[in-house]
Each structure stands twice: as C-alpha cells, then as structure tokens.
Ligand binder design. Structure first.
Ligand code: ATR
Length: 273
C-alpha cells in the first residue's frame, strides 16, 4: 500500500488529509495520506524514513518549506526557479522536490475565471513573502506584460523581483491606486485577510471594471479584500480552489491517477472551514 503524508508543526489544521482521503476513496485506491507532526529538530530523521522507502512522498508545510529545499536530493526545475518546495516524491532512493503552488494558482483561475490571462497586460501582486514566488513565476509563464509587486516592506519586493527577473515593478502598498489603473488582475499573496486582518486604504475603485481579484487566503473564504471587490462590482476567485488544485500533481505522482477537482470535493472542504 502506498503511503503519503503532510508534515508540518503544528499540523492539526491541515485540510490536505481530507482532500487526498476523498480522492483515495473516490478512485478506489488502496493508499493512505496522513498528517504527521514533525518538529524542526526531527526533520532529518523523517527524511531518513522517507529515503528508506516508507512513503511514496508527501507535502511539506510551515515551518519546513525552506529546510526541505536544501535537504532534497534533486529539485524539479520549476521548484528551483520558484525557490520553494511543497511536494516531495521518492524516486529510487532519491527525494525529489516539486512546487505545486504554481499549478494550483493557475488551475484555480483557469477553472473559475476561464480566459483570465488573455491579453493580460498588467497585474498587481500584493505581498512578497514565500507565497508570492510561485505566483510571480506562474504569471510570467502566462506572459503577463507587467507585474506591479506591492509590499509593505519595499526592500523585500525589490529583492524578490531581482531574483525572479522579468518585468516586475516594485512599490509600496500606498501606490495601489496608481498601479491599479490598467491591472485586470489583482492577487493577494500575503497573509492579510486571515483572522480579521485587512488592508487599509486600497482603492479598488481605481481598477478597470473587468478586473478579477483573487486571494490565496481561504480562512475566511470571503476575505475583506474579496468582499470589497464584490461590493465594487468586480469578479472574484477565492483561495480554496488553489488549495484543491495544488494537491492534484502530488496525488498524481504518488498514486498514479490524476484526480479531479469537483464541486463535491469543494463542498466537503468548505464545510470544514
Ligand atoms: P510566507 O513566507 O509564508 O509568505 P512571510 O514571508 O512572512 O510569509 O510573508 C508574508 C507576506 O505578508 C509579506 O509580504 C508581508 O509583508 P512584509 O514583507 O512587509 O512583512 C505581508 N504581510 C503580513 N502582514 C501584513 C500586514 N499587516 N500588512 C501588510 N502586509 C503584511
């Protein structure tokens, strides 16, 4: 029986066992996917278990994403470009690191806002932390003309823009109103929106009327940013779809079946939020 995992510390809140458990059941695959609490001091030992063949692979979440990037035997080229790993696959005795947030972000928009990238000349990305990386690389891959990367700490945005290259222009959050004028996509990659936090003073009315606003935060599902966008008559895509779609490539690689993100799966996870 093939086994997969998600490791993190803490890990109890993870929705990943529900997602993969749903697919295992739906496709009648005799496998398992379990949440395992691994403290930073125990990561090396856990890698030993993985290399010894106990698991087909698994997901990695906070606080291990950076440590794992350095520990893997091999990096998928996309994970290397993004500079972050969230999915591990055992190949022979080697642990290969992948980044599936890239496909999760694109899969979510492709499913819920088809055509979103057609002739997309400008986009605004909010936040320049770890989560921004996969999204910036994904937007570049879809040939977005210019990306305005706005962050509370300008230095962090500038460092990321230099590292990832391409047409990325950096500014503080206060410049949103100016930068938004021609942006038909806004992506929040920051943690703002969780636990009642919110951006103050983002002038969403400055956006074109056909702009799409999307958020990677999915607790709550309707973040203050998405609520305000809807109040301004803008189209929104919530972050739950990204969580579901980022799980697809991992399941495919561990269990040999490309799973589908269905309305039923979404309802099941939504019910737990
Ligand atoms: P992660 O690596 O998990 O993405 P992070 O590196 O701490 O976490 O990044 C979180 C992002 O949310 C950053 O862009 C952060 O802005 P700073 O670079 O200025 O820290 C952003 N962020 C967090 N809280 C914020 C707040 N209250 N207002 C604006 N931006 C915030």
């Amino acid at each position: 029986m093939k086994r997969a995992f998600v490791i993190g510390h803490p890990i109890a809140h993870s929705r990943s066992p529900l997602i993969h458990g749903y697919w295992l059941e739906r496709y009648g695959i005799a496998g398992s996917y379990e949440a395992i609490d691994v403290a930073p001091a125990g990561l090396g030992e856990f890698f030993g278990r993985l290399e010894a063949g106990e698991f087909a692979g698994g997901n990695v979440t906070i606080p291990h994403k950076e440590a794992v990037f350095a520990l893997v035997d091999e990096l998928d080229p996309l994970a290397e470009e993004i500079g972050a790993v969230n999915t591990l696959v055992l190949r022979g005795e080697d642990v290969v690191g992948f980044n599936t947030d890239y496909l999760g972000f694109l899969g979510n928009l492709d499913q819920n806002a088809p055509g979103w990238d057609k002739g997309l000349d400008e986009a605004v990305v909010l936040g320049a932390g770890g989560a921004a990386r996969a999204i910036l690389v994904a937007l570049k891959a879809r040939n977005v003309g210019k990306i305005h990367l706005l962050n509370r700490t300008l230095d962090k945005a500038e460092a990321l823009a230099i590292e990832l290259e391409g047409r990325i222009e950096c500014a503080g959050l206060g410049e949103f109103g100016v930068r938004a004028q021609n942006a038909r996509l806004v992506v929040n990659t920051s943690s703002v929106g969780m636990q009642g936090s919110r951006f103050d003073g983002l002038d969403l009315a400055a956006l074109p009327k056909d702009a799409i606003v999307t958020d990677i935060v999915y607790t709550p599902l309707l973040t203050p940013l998405l609520a305000e966008a809807q109040a301004n008559g803008l189209r929104t895509v919530d972050g739950l779809g990204m969580l579901l779609h980022q799980a697809v490539p991992g399941f495919h690689m561990w269990f040999g079946k490309k799973p589908e993100v269905t309305p039923e799966l979404r309802q099941r996870i939504e019910a737990t939020l």
